[in-house]
Design a protein around this ligand. Structure first.
Ligand SMILES: Cc1cc2nc3c(=O)[nH]c(=O)nc-3n(C[C@H](O)[C@H](O)[C@H](O)COP(=O)(O)OP(=O)(O)OC[C@H]3O[C@@H](n4cnc5c(N)ncnc54)[C@H](O)[C@@H]3O)c2cc1C
Ligand SMILES: *[C@@H]1O[C@H](CO)[C@@H](O)[C@H](O)[C@H]1NC(C)=O
Ligand SMILES: *[C@@H]1O[C@H](CO)[C@@H](O)[C@H](O)[C@H]1NC(C)=O
Ligand SMILES: *[C@@H]1O[C@H](CO)[C@@H](O)[C@H](O)[C@H]1NC(C)=O
Ligand SMILES: *[C@@H]1O[C@H](CO)[C@@H](O)[C@H](O)[C@H]1NC(C)=O
Ligand SMILES: *[C@@H]1O[C@H](CO)[C@@H](O)[C@H](O)[C@H]1NC(C)=O
Ligand SMILES: *[C@@H]1O[C@H](CO)[C@@H](O)[C@H](O)[C@H]1NC(C)=O
Ligand SMILES: *[C@@H]1O[C@H](CO)[C@@H](O)[C@H](O)[C@H]1NC(C)=O
Length: 539
């Protein structure tokens, strides 16, 4: 009898399912090392042969910071590099977020502390052919082990940790602008485009004219949980195409490639501005100014702009305003709603504007340094703020007050004002709240490795218990972007997927009835939970 059939039988017989050592035990929980069903070294060797020697055993990056292998020079360098994405993205099993790394093997803990795999996968397959992907899925299915897919490891949502086998499929988009075209991508240069970003929705500086990344995908080339290699389009495997376009990565299939719309590159105007408590003339005036600024974004994003800004308890830095396809004389017009509203509250803005012949030029001036010089190791919450709320005075005031409270609690706020409602493109599983929102904001506490671990985890607890509930209370129906939110979000099915959830779940059950692809807060994951030893078990 195949494992799949045992699985189905067990689902019908909860009593047998519970019985220790019954033939069903294997199917109910995924195997972890040490379990009787864990593959033998011969099994792993055979898998390695099948994948042409591409099976990589995980050796954590920070292993040289522990035990007898300790290497001080290496460790000192690693301590500097660790909070940034670059050091993690090329490694087979590493990921970026400290909370999920959980100190199992990092460069800051004592040399005597053993380096353990913790939440890292035991093995990765560096896949380079369809056959490698199919072999990995088959191995995971036959041996009942937990599988994930790793692209560049920028995951914020705890999607990567706890698996035993990772399919390493790294697909960075290089030479973004060299061919004279624009693609909707994110603002961090080393976030992969085809991995977590686009299937999760994907917002960027072109979203107010070209929509979300997912809105532009014409074809997905995938391997399914059943091992089929196929291409999903609006007419072939249409349900899968719909779900993959915004319904979340790591859930419906392994993506090998995508075909996306591109747009001719060309003029792009840029602008930046800032004001703070001092230039606004006092604390209350500053926060009034922030409320006024945020409420003025509607006509600006409707003109095709995306406005990126960061908010701290004392200042707002509007570090990147992108106005694609406009020239320097047009930008004053586009920004006039902001300047007009701000001068009404007595704040005269000093706006710097620039003109660029192509995207990369703009990007290098406004984003490159900002994103590469900022540590990405952080605690993160996120919220989509409905336009209908921001465009009333009372709404803008209470949202800004909740933001102020979040900055008081130690969180910086990084927002994009954006218009993702590009009607001709809205035919997929992108969370509908994106279309009616004015702001996408994240609430960020940069991880401070010099602080006691317990203090940092207290920030995570405060985010979940205090900061996010206050923001949610003043943004009813807002929801959150599934790629950039609090991984502990309660009621995530509604908050991340909304009305799409039932259809997405139906598709998940059809394309992956055995739950081969699992990730916390991914569609269908409520079927599973970890037991005390970290085994993933069917509920
Ligand atoms: C510094 C930083 C900046 C960011 N900026 C933006 C931004 O500007 N805009 C935006 O929209 N988002 C942004 N994000 C969020 C980002 O889109 C997500 O974190 C995304 O999941 C990262 O994708 P990844 O390719 O690194 O995937 P990973 O972190 O490697 O994996 C994430 C998830 O994707 C799945 N996955 C990976 N590869 C595949 C594949 N080939 N097929 C199927 N599933 C796969 C994994 O199983 C996992 O569930 C940012 C994140 C960070 C940390
Ligand atoms: C797989 O084979 C390659 C090449 O022979 C080897 O370098 C690698 O260590 C093997 N992987 C494992 C997990 O043994
Ligand atoms: C994966 O394989 C590619 C070549 O196919 C190679 O460039 C890359 O370094 C490999 N990654 C790891 C982590 O071994
Ligand atoms: C971190 O490790 C501890 C045990 O050392 C465990 O209790 C806890 O659940 C782990 N947390 C995460 C997020 O994995
Ligand atoms: C700038 O753009 C505006 C509006 O798009 C246009 O009318 C004007 O001719 C442009 N000016 C230059 C110098 O290109
Ligand atoms: C406005 O900003 C520019 C560039 O940052 C600066 O050189 C100039 O002095 C500023 N002007 C005022 C009036 O603040
Ligand atoms: C901000 O915090 C204050 C003090 O705790 C609280 O009274 C107020 O309700 C909070 N504001 C919002 C919008 O949650
Ligand atoms: C968490 O919130 C509580 C209550 O507001 C506060 O006393 C505590 O200092 C906060 N912890 C951290 C780490 O900010």
């Amino acid at each position: 009898m195949s494992w799949g059939r045992i699985f189905a039988l067990c689902a019908l017989l909860p009593l047998i399912r519970e019985a220790r050592g019954s033939p069903c035990k294997r199917a109910v929980c995924r195997n972890i090392p040490g379990d009787p069903g864990w593959p033998s070294s011969t099994d792993w060797d055979l898998l390695n042969k099948t994948v042409d020697g591409h099976l990589i055993p995980t050796i954590p990056l920070a292993s040289l910071c522990h035990g007898t292998e300790y290497d001080q020079g290496h460790c000192d360098g690693l301590k500097e590099a660790w909070p940034f994405a670059a050091v993690h993205v090329q490694e087979s099993a590493e990921f970026l977020m400290p909370y999920f790394q959980n100190q199992s093997c990092d460069p800051y803990t004592a040399q005597e502390k053993p380096c353990e795999l913790g939440n890292y996968a035991q093995y990765s397959i560096n896949v380079s052919t369809v056959g490698h992907v199919q072999a990995g899925i088959k191995f995971a299915r036959e041996n009942n082990i937990r599988l994930t897919i790793k692209n560049t490891g920028h995951d914020i949502m705890d999607l990567l940790s706890g698996s035993e086998l990772a399919l390493l499929r790294q697909m960075p988009l290089k030479r973004r602008a060299s061919r004279g075209f624009r693609v909707v991508t994110g603002t961090c240069p080393d976030v992969g485009v085809v991995g977590g970003y686009t299937p999760g929705g994907g917002h960027g500086i072109f979203t107010s004219i070209y929509g979300m990344g997912a809105d532009n995908v014409l074809e997905w080339e995938v391997v399914t949980a059943k091992g089929e290699h196929l291409v999903a389009t609006p007419t072939a495997h249409a349900d899968l195409y719909w779900a993959l376009s915004g319904g979340g990565a790591g859930t419906f299939a392994v993506v090998l490639s995508m075909v996306t719309r591109v747009y001719p590159d060309g003029d792009i105007a840029g602008a930046s501005l800032s004001f703070d408590i001092e230039s606004a003339g006092g604390v209350e005036k500053f926060w009034d100014g922030v409320a006024t600024f945020q409420a003025a974004m509607g006509p600006v994003v409707d003109a095709g702009a995306v406005v990126a800004y960061a908010l701290t308890p004392t200042a707002i830095s509007v570090y990147g305003i992108a106005v694609p396809n406009e020239n320097a004389s047009a930008i004053d017009q586009v920004l006039s709603p902001i300047t007009a509203a701000m001068s009404q509250v007595g704040i005269d803005l000093n706006i710097t504007t620039t003109m660029h012949p192509r995207y990369l030029d703009f990007y290098n001036q406004y984003f490159l340094e900002a994103v590469t010089a900022t540590p990405a190791a952080q605690i993160t919450g996120g919220r989509l703020v409905p336009r209908s709320i921001m465009e009333t005075d009372a709404g803008a005031q209470t949202v800004t007050e909740a933001f102020r409270n979040a900055t008081d609690a130690g969180f910086a706020i990084v927002c994009d004002a954006i218009n993702a409602d590009q009607e001709r493109l809205n035919r997929n599983a992108v969370f509908p709240s994106w279309r009616s929102s004015l702001l996408h904001c994240i609430f960020v506490k940069t991880w401070d490795f010099s602080m006691p671990w317990a203090e940092m985890t207290e920030y995570q607890a405060n985010l979940t218990n205090i900061v996010m509930p206050q923001i949610e209370a003043v943004t009813p129906d807002g929801g959150a972007y599934l790629n950039e939110a609090n991984f502990e979000q309660p009621d995530w099915q509604n908050v991340f997927y909304g009305e799409n959830y039932p259809r997405l779940k139906g598709i998940k059950n059809q394309v992956d009835p055995q739950g081969i692809f699992y990730a916390q807060t991914a569609v269908g994951s409520e079927r599973w939970a970890e037991d005390a030893s970290g085994r993933l078990c069917q509920q």
